[in-house]
Ligand binder design. Structure first.
Ligand code: AMP
Ligand code: ZN
Length: 115
């Protein structure tokens, strides 16, 4: 996708703080971190969101989860981390290229506040 900002990051057309790259996957720090460690793991293949995936992407998605844990450890998140995938407008997604947020290193509030 020529006008997708994450595809541009993969192609080196927009600068980023790269965490990892291989043939299929790419990781980089979030430009607006919400915690001391906050980076994004994306497939190089342009998939707009998790709602676009099908069985042909199962291996790729599995690799993403395995790599997410490996990179989190390498980034010092030995005590754990949060993974977030915002999907579609209803899920608060802003950049429509599938990505996993990996977040940690500070106080992580509960996902759901119970009154
Ligand atoms: P989402 O709401 O899940 O689509 O999140 C998109 C994320 O992309 C946000 O956390 C942004 O801070 C992040 N972001 C947007 N543009 C860039 C960029 N050029 N480099 C790094 N992160 C970015
Ligand atoms: Zn893209």
């Amino acid at each position: 996708m020529s006008d997708c900002i994450f595809c541009k990051i993969v192609r080196g057309e927009i600068p980023c703080r790269k965490v990892y790259e291989d043939d299929e996957l790419f990781a980089f720090h979030d430009i607006h971190p919400v915690a001391p460690v906050h980076f994004m793991l994306i497939p190089k293949l342009h998939l707009a969101s998790l709602q676009e995936v099908n069985g042909s992407h199962a291996v790729l998605l599995g690799k993403m989860l395995v790599l997410a844990a490996q990179l989190a450890t390498e980034q010092g998140l030995d005590d754990g981390f949060r993974t977030v995938i915002n999907t579609g407008r209803g899920g608060g997604q802003e950049v429509f290229h599938l990505h996993i947020h990996i977040i940690g290193g500070g106080h992580i509030s509960p996902m759901v506040r119970r009154e």
